[in-house]
Design a protein around this ligand. Structure first.
Ligand code: MG
Ligand code: ZN
Length: 230
C-alpha cells in the first residue's frame, strides 16, 4: 500500500472512531482497547478481570477474532454481555479491528447501564496499534514468554499504549526474561508507559490493574457529567 493511500485509510478510520466514541460517551461507557500478540493471555486476563470486578463496574466485552467464538464462549459464563466480531469471512482475514467493525457490532450491544466496555483486539502486535476504534484507553498485554526484547521490535504498540500489563509473571523463574532489561527497553520507546506486572493464572497483581480501571472510569465519568453529557 502506498503511503498516501494508507494515510487516507487511517483518516477515514479515525472519523468512524470518533463517531463510535461519541456513541460510547452518550451511554457513559468507558472503553478499553486490549491489544497483544496471540497467546499472551488477553482472554484469561478478561476472565479474571470480570470476576475481580465483582459487579463494582457493569462491564461488557467486544470480542475480536479472525475466526471462531472460542474466546467469547469462555466469557459468556461470567454473565457479562459479549458481542463477537469475526474479522475473517468477508474482509480477507483482517488481522486487527478497525473502527467500522466496532461500529457494526454496536447494535448488538445494549450499552444502557454499562460503565466499561472491554474490547479484545485480534492477536497481533503490529497493525492494531494503528487503528483507533473509539476507545478511551489502549492497554497492551505482553507475556513473559514472549521475551524482554519486544519493545524494541514492535515499538509502535508500546508507544501508543496507555498501560502495559506484563502477564505470566509466574513464569519468570522458567525463562530468560529479565524484568530490569524489559523495563529499560520499554523506557527507550515510551518512558512514561506504566507497567503492571500480573498473572492471570495466579491473580498476582490484579489489585493494581483493577484499581487502575476503577480510577480511569471514575475520572471519565466525572468529566462527562451526571447525564452522560460531555
Ligand atoms: Mg483471546
Ligand atoms: Zn491488521
Amino acid at each position: 500500500m502506498q503511503v498516501s493511500t494508507l494515510r487516507n485509510v487511517l483518516d477515514a478510520n479515525d472519523l468512524i472512531a470518533k463517531e463510535n466514541r461519541k456513541e460510547f460517551d452518550t451511554h457513559g461507557c468507558f472503553v478499553v482497547n486490549l491489544m497483544s500478540a496471540p497467546g499472551s493471555g488477553k482472554t484469561s486476563i478478561l476472565e479474571r478481570t470480570l470476576g475481580s470486578l465483582n459487579g463494582r463496574l457493569k462491564a461488557a466485552v467486544i470480542e475480536g477474532d479472525v475466526q471462531s467464538t472460542l474466546d467469547a464462549d469462555r466469557l459468556i459464563p461470567l454473565g457479562v454481555p459479549v458481542v463477537q466480531i469475526n474479522t475473517d469471512p468477508h474482509f480477507g482475514g483482517e488481522c486487527h479491528l478497525d473502527a467500522r467493525m466496532v461500529r457494526n457490532a454496536l447494535p448488538g450491544l445494549d450499552m444502557d447501564g454499562i460503565d466499561l466496555v472491554l474490547i479484545e483486539n485480534v492477536g497481533n502486535l503490529v497493525c492494531p496499534a494503528e487503528f483507533r476504534v473509539g476507545e478511551d484507553r489502549k492497554v497492551m498485554v505482553l507475556s513473559v514468554a514472549e521475551g524482554d526484547d519486544k519493545p524494541l521490535k514492535y515499538p509502535l504498540m508500546f508507544r501508543v499504549s496507555d498501560l502495559l500489563l506484563l502477564n505470566k509473571v509466574d513464569l519468570l523463574g522458567y525463562s530468560n526474561f529479565d524484568p530490569a532489561r524489559f523495563r529499560a527497553n520499554v523506557a527507550r520507546v515510551n518512558p512514561t508507559l506504566p507497567v503492571i506486572e500480573l498473572s492471570a493464572k495466579t491473580g498476582h497483581g490484579f489489585q493494581g490493574w483493577i484499581q487502575w480501571l476503577m480510577r480511569e472510569v471514575a475520572v471519565a465519568s466525572r468529566g462527562r457529567g451526571p447525564c452522560g453529557e460531555i
